[in-house]
Design a protein around this ligand. Structure first.
Ligand code: DSN
Length: 422
């Protein structure tokens, strides 16, 4: 197959960058836990003719003409999302996870209202009210933490005390760097006591929930979920808001997404969401999700065997956080750089109660969604974990690093990207 025929003919600079990225993805291992490889079908939809179309509004209620086909793909995306997450309403128009969260906040609250969310340094996300974000100027964010950073258990009693004290409108469960399962029923019980909405930001684990590999917060009575569609859900880059049963909340969310905070939806991306959700409904997606968890466990075991401290004591999901500074004396930034040299991509990350800085923290965060999409299993996950640790111990040894890089490439050649699922 000839790639990018037209780009090649008219724009060599962009063409070279695209080919370079293909080569990078093909010859290296992607362990950033928020990334994945979409199928060729999803990419076809993203590159489709629907990028040409304005479609403000919702299926059957649009502001412009010519919506015969936009309505088809958006309705498919909505219906498939509802089926995947067992809920009554879905808005598939948010342009990303941050946009979904902003719309959700404005739909459920008035300016000045309070959100009780997870502390960023304990695994929460920037969009959960970090002081540097604009949304922090509009709403009041208060934070809960883990009780014990070495087991990952949330301090639910502290969470309850915070809820009683601050009377939040939203209690937010969700994270971007937390490796344990949450006790959603406890969140719901506390929210009921104080009359708060329960929202789960499941951006990282949406695919695992959709496949039934992790618990669905709606089963414990959560009101709303926000998510991205490009992480474990393995769809195009974008966002989504789901509502368990309240028609009133669903209407408020629809109005807030459009015209509240967004204009024309990206219909090519919505078509790609529909395709990805179709893939996630297939039985083989369940096998994928279960394998993601098994692969993360296999990596956990290797890190534990080498006595490297894992935040939360290990993992119940797709990601791990290792305190490489505390365990090996190498900083997160140094670890990220040296692993990149051998073709293993992950990110430096703060650990709970970080003693260093955000730009040069103690930890690294890594996970298994992308490597599992390539078809790798527990044997490869364990082998990769061993290669990672060898690399961290060989920071200043070019010969050893060259050997490891060759082994990484050899492994990659056996598991090609991009995947075609048909
Ligand atoms: N940037 C994403 C992550 O890596 O977790 C979250 O927005």
């Amino acid at each position: 197959m000839e790639h990018y025929k037209y780009i090649k003919a008219q724009d060599s600079e962009v063409y070279d960058a695209l080919i370079g990225e293909e080569e990078r993805e093909r010859t290296g291992i992607e362990l950033i836990p928020s990334e994945n490889y979409v199928s060729l079908a999803v990419r076809e939809a993203e590159g489709s003719v629907l990028t040409n179309k304005y479609a403000e509004g919702y299926p059957g209620r649009r502001y412009y003409g010519g919506q015969q086909y936009t309505d088809v793909v958006e309705t498919l995306a909505i219906e498939r999302a509802k089926q995947l997450f067992n809920c009554a309403y879905a808005n598939v128009q948010p342009l990303g996870g941050a946009a979904a969260n902003v719309a959700m906040y404005f739909a459920l609250m008035e300016p000045g209202d309070t959100v009780l969310g997870m502390d960023l340094s304990h695994g929460g996300h920037l969009t959960h009210g970090h002081p540097t974000t604009s949304i922090n100027k509009v709403f009041n964010f208060v934070r809960y933490k883990m009780k014990d950073v070495d087991t990952g258990e949330i301090d639910y009693e502290h969470l309850r005390q915070m809820a009683l004290k601050h009377k939040p409108k939203i209690i937010l469960a969700g994270f971007s760097a937390y490796s344990r399962e949450l006790d959603y029923a406890k969140f719901v019980a506390i929210a009921k006591e104080v009359g708060a909405y329960t929202v789960a930001d499941v951006a990282h684990i949406a695919g695992l929930i959709a496949a039934g590999a992790l618990r669905n917060p709606f089963d414990d009575g959560f009101d709303v979920m926000t998510t991205t569609t490009h992480k474990t859900l393995r769809g195009p880059r974008g966002g989504m808001i789901l509502v368990r049963e309240s028609e009133d909340l669903a209407k408020r969310i629809n109005k807030t997404v459009f015209p509240g905070v967004q204009g024309g939806p990206h219909m090519h991306i919505i078509a790609a969401k529909a395709v990805a959700f179709g893939e996630a409904l297939h039985p083989r997606f369940k096998i994928y999700a279960v394998q993601v968890l098994k692969n993360a466990k296999a990596m956990e075991q290797v890190f534990k065997a080498h006595n490297i401290r894992l935040l939360g004591g290990g993992t119940d999901n797709h990601l791990l956080l290792a305190d490489v500074y505390g365990s090996l004396g190498i900083t997160g930034a140094e670890a990220e750089a040296v692993l990149d040299e051998v073709g293993i991509t992950l990110n430096k990350n703060m650990i709970a109660d970080e003693p260093r800085t955000a730009l040069d923290p103690s930890g690294i965060r890594f996970g298994t969604p992308a490597m599992t999409t390539r078809g790798m299993g527990e044997g490869e996950a364990a082998a990769l974990a061993e290669l990672m640790i060898r690399t961290l111990n060989a920071k200043d040894d070019p010969v050893e690093k060259a050997k490891i890089k060759a082994q990484v490439q050899q492994l990659c050649e056996q598991f090609p990207v991009p995947p075609a699922f048909v």
